[in-house]
Design a binder for this molecule. Sequence first.
Ligand code: XIL
Length: 461
Amino acid sequence: MAQNPPVGGRTRRRPQARARCALSLLTAGVLAAAGVVALAGTAQAAGALGDAAAAKGRYFGAAVAANHLGEAAYASTLDAQFGSVTPENEMKWDAVESSRNSFSFSAADRIVSHAQSKGMKVRGHTLVWHSQLPGWVSPLAATDLRSAMNNHITQVMTHYKGKIHSWDVVNEAFQDGGSGARRSSPFQDKLGNGFIEEAFRTARTVDAGAKLCYNDYNTDGQNAKSNAVYEMVKDFKQRGVPIDCVGFQSHFNSNSPVPSDFQANLQRFADLGVDVQITELDIEGSGSAQAANYTKVVNACLAVTRCTGITVWGVTDKYSWRSGGTPLLFDGDYNKKPAYDAVLAALGGSGGGGDDGGEGGDGACTATYTRTSTWNGGYNGQVTVKAGGSGITGWAVPVTVASPQKVSAVWNGTPTTTGDVMTVRHSWNGTLAAGASTTFGFTVQTNGGTSAPVVGACTAS
Ligand code: XIL
């Protein structure tokens, strides 16, 4: 099987590493033994998610709709942040072959050429799925349906040959609930269980350079449905059916939360000898609770060597298929949400200023971190919050302190903590004129931990 080049690695200059400077005058006693160094972290324009993920050997992408690419803020947010795109609907069967053997690729082509012009990779979604299937397919009798399926796979993959890092060859072929059975569909009902294998075998003959994935939802934790997919993948690997990856859609909300065994489930699939990918991530909610869930998902992927990338299912809440649940990283005005900061921090990226390199640029604030003192077992950090070109009346800054380190005190700000992420909001010091600044501080007990806190972007209110 041909190996793909690593995905997600866009060439872009990385932000400067934090400046370091030694403090010359320190209080005696407390600091004497520690060889104290202050980290003066000046927040830069935020590191892009795609770059931060690439530094970890992974891609970070978004689902994209062709009809929004003309919106400047949409395109600039996409281009500034993501290293991979998945066409949200444009490569589905009804979009590319609405009548038999008549293919139209124009909308999907727009996404692919946009991605290529910006150095982003492309995920292919999806070849064989019971949904968004044009009406002419389901009445076909078995023999005809088989040739229509194979022709569809062949034509679409040929058109995009060499341009797709991973294809969702078959999507959502298993039922929900406890049966572990296959879902009824024209393919399942007329061709039987073998349709999945046949689709993968056909796909391999067309583009041997693309990773071939099975993709599904409600398979993110261990349950009857994921067990059934697991058995299928195990069987495919044993018999040499060409499968390279399993996609976990990861659409989460309060009814379907991030499972506690998410990482373990990814790992057991990886142990079968396939890559795993988080393919359609969105998590309903807001604020620090949503941010903490995003952190869990990113950390789970990073903890599994064969988890090769994450795609969020859209750029902005405004156009999410579940926009009422505000499940994405950017709000409807393209402001970064706490979830964004949490993802960037989990990927090891640097926290950025409150706006994104001037984009938006209204009423923003910046957060600049400095370690002010260090002793055996702890340190004090200080964050300077500065208003941008307009005055602000409130601010919030996420600070991630990795376990086992713990924050034991906060002053001049009000913390709310979920998991490792502490969001500090103004207390008495929310109102800042244009260019004015204030500070808040915190004490960390290190408990043996050594990593520096990650100070995310300031959000003004
Ligand atoms: C969704 C799109 O986001 C919507 O715009 C469309 O109306 C329906 O499909 N599982 C999948 C995705 O594999 O293709 C679905 O995308 C979401 C669920």
